[in-house]
Design a protein around this ligand. Structure first.
Ligand code: IPM
Ligand code: MG
Length: 354
């Protein structure tokens, strides 16, 4: 029996609906396996701006740091689009990543065979298999480099910047993960143009010396974008700097058919990791009980794994697979037994067994 304290950052848009479904599943999991989970709800993003005037209140950071893990819904929406850059909901997300030292963002893209029809790729391409793990560096690069405006606001700049240490620690995560998978790392850069990419490539090669059992390839980011839709089966672990990973993980998610199915985890220097769906806050469907909670529920499974509760994580994944193979479909997944967000959460929770 373990006691775990989970911080829930429901956020904005569909965030409250999908996290509520996932918390349901976690509660059922705790019950089935005899654990005690407490859920501490804190604000991040637009909802925090509304209440506290800032997207990342101090009390949210403190609670996350003290927790065993953080479950996040999504942040942002048109309501806050007019805010100055430093007070946008997204700034809260970047801030909590930085505050928790979450340098490694893992975004798996896998195909559920039953849902292959929802993929924009041809059947014969999918038949070769899609199981890509995007490993994205999350607290460096152009997202956090020196930036500014000059010439009275007529010129603006952001800087892509990486140190050897930043590259080394994310490269290790990629190689370690590859060992438990198909033992292949493809490192993404733009080393034909960028100095920061040349450093990236050199350090990745150095780290690779400790992993002779793993195959390493380098690929330019433009080619990676093309190869992902031409033949995704060639990729196992895709190791990416922050912005390239942001872009390629959206692409990778789309080839699986639905962005509503894919979870992600962010791990770092503190005990608490952060677990969230890879999709956004979908303000257009918020409050309508039609959002797909599966990505958030699978993120909850990643959270369980990170807390050392592996059998529990597998039980949640099995429950999701059962739910999908029984034909239940939220509207994003096309034809099938129609189900809403809350009901999907209840059906999946009901399928979690020890
Ligand atoms: C993501 C999102 C964020 C990012 C935004 C909302 C700041 O696109 O998690 O991929 O760019 O990292
Ligand atoms: Mg993104």
């Amino acid at each position: 029996m373990s006691k775990k304290n989970i911080v829930v950052l429901a956020g904005d848009g569909i965030g409250p609906e999908i996290t509520s479904a996932a918390v349901n599943v976690l509660k059922k999991t705790a019950e089935a396996f005899g654990h005690e989970f407490t859920f501490d709800y804190k604000l991040l993003g637009g909802c925090a701006i509304d209440k506290f005037g800032v997207p990342l209140p101090d009390e949210t950071v403190t609670a996350c740091k003290a927790s065993d893990g953080v479950l996040l819904g999504a942040v942002g929406g048109p309501k806050w689009d007019g805010m100055p850059a430093d007070l946008r909901p997204e700034k809260g997300l970047l801030g909590i990543r930085k505050a928790l030292g979450l340098f490694a963002n893992l975004r798996p893209a896998v195909i559920y065979p039953e849902l292959a029809a929802a993929s924009p790729l041809k059947e014969e391409v999918l038949a070769r298999g899609v199981n890509v793990m995007v490993v994205r560096e999350l607290i460096g690069g152009i997202y956090f480099g020196p930036r500014g405006t000059k010439d009275d606001g007529k010129t603006a700049y952001d800087t892509e910047i990486y140190s050897e240490n930043e590259v080394r620690r994310i490269a290790k995560v990629a190689f370690d993960l590859a060992r438990g998978r198909r033992k292949k790392v493809t490192s993404v850069d733009k080393a034909n143009v960028l100095l920061s990419s040349r450093l990236w490539r050199r350090v990745v090669e150095e780290v690779h010396k400790d992993y002779p059992d793993v195959e390493l390839n380098h690929i330019y980011v433009d080619n990676a974008a093309m190869q992902l839709v031409r033949d995704p089966s060639q990729f196992d672990v895709l190791l990416c700097p922050n912005m390239f990973g942001d872009i390629l993980s959206d692409e990778a998610s789309q080839i699986t058919g639905s962005i509503g199915l894919l979870p992600s985890s962010s791990l770092g220097t503190e005990k608490a990791g952060l677990f969230e769906p890879i999709h956004g806050s979908a303000p257009d469907i918020a409050g309508k009980d039609v959002a797909n909670p599966v990505a958030t529920i699978l993120a909850a499974a990643m959270l369980l794994d990170n807390m050392g509760l592996n059998a529990e994580a597998r039980a949640v994944e099995r429950a999701v697979s059962e739910f999908i193979s029984e034909g239940w479909r939220t509207p994003d997944l096309g034809e099938g037994k129609r189900v809403g967000c809350a009901e999907a959460g209840r059906l999946i929770a009901g399928r979690v067994h020890a």
